[in-house]
Design a protein around this ligand. Sequence first.
Ligand SMILES: [Ca+2]
Length: 346
Amino acid sequence: MSVECWLTIHRCRIHSRHSKCAGRLGRRVCCEQASTASAFDSGEHQPLEDGPDDVFVKDNAGMLDIAVHPDFATNAWIYYCFVAGSSDLNTMVIERARLAGVRLVERERIFAALPWFHNSIVYGCRIVFRDSHLFVSTGDRWDLRHLAQSPGSHPGKIMRLREDGTAPDDNPYAQLPGAAAEVWAIGTQNPQGLAVHPVSGDLWEHEHGPLGGDEINIIRAGRNYGWPVVTFGKEYSGATIGEGLTFKEGMEQPVRSYVPSIAPSDMLFYTGSAFPGWRGNLFLGALAKTHLARLVIEGETVIAEEQLLAENGRRVRLVEQGPDGFIYIGVDDGRILRLVPTNPAH
Ligand SMILES: [Ca+2]
């Protein structure tokens, strides 16, 4: 495997907390922390026009994710989430728009997480499509962690939305009085990876823990993923969290947990042909150790893990499979790197 610099996003901040790209049918779109989305083909970078003008940029806040609709070729929809508002009150919102050249048209805001809050950290926010629905992760905003166990609000959840942002009637809490009908699963901390398993169709997630306790989970309807009652992490002070439980009846155990943290940033199940030996592997970007983690999965178990690009020295913010089957990663200095096999018969 060798690494090429495929694109430099000049406006990407050196320490951009989140930048994310999505690819579909030769068209890739990218979001940067400080701006609206960008589109690029063949290494050309073009800022998109007519995006939202109320993106709040500070600490973790900014543009957080972008996703291309599975039927983009016929409907041109792209979806993206970002933090709207100000340092007084802000929250994660989702918009969709049709991509017309480099313009966003028919732009509409389809969801805003409640409650609005005044800090600028831990928004989660990844978007994936499955079965004509949108799955979205939300962080616990750190100071609102007590809400992660309640289906009555959005922090610390996985949500399932219709493509227009409304809540499906068959969501697990849709009929529960006082619950937020969008909620699909509860008890997550800061999920920055969501991916659909290419064979089982299961929704896999990863989330940051606090000090230690990053997790990989398989997300199922109505399940409770434990945070902040159950965790393998500690407070940044070293203090235990809650009662210091690592198991509780009725709460899901992670597929894998990391102590110390790797600070996972993005998630990809590789299905391409460029690296046949890696097909079905799960890739995680890592911020803490600046590597790309390659996990070999058997059923619902991680049976091996390798650290790629450990010498990279840059935080890996995004991992994406291109239409060409190569793996693209985004790193903190604004470059998008392309991994190509050194030996095509890899
Ligand atoms: Ca958990």
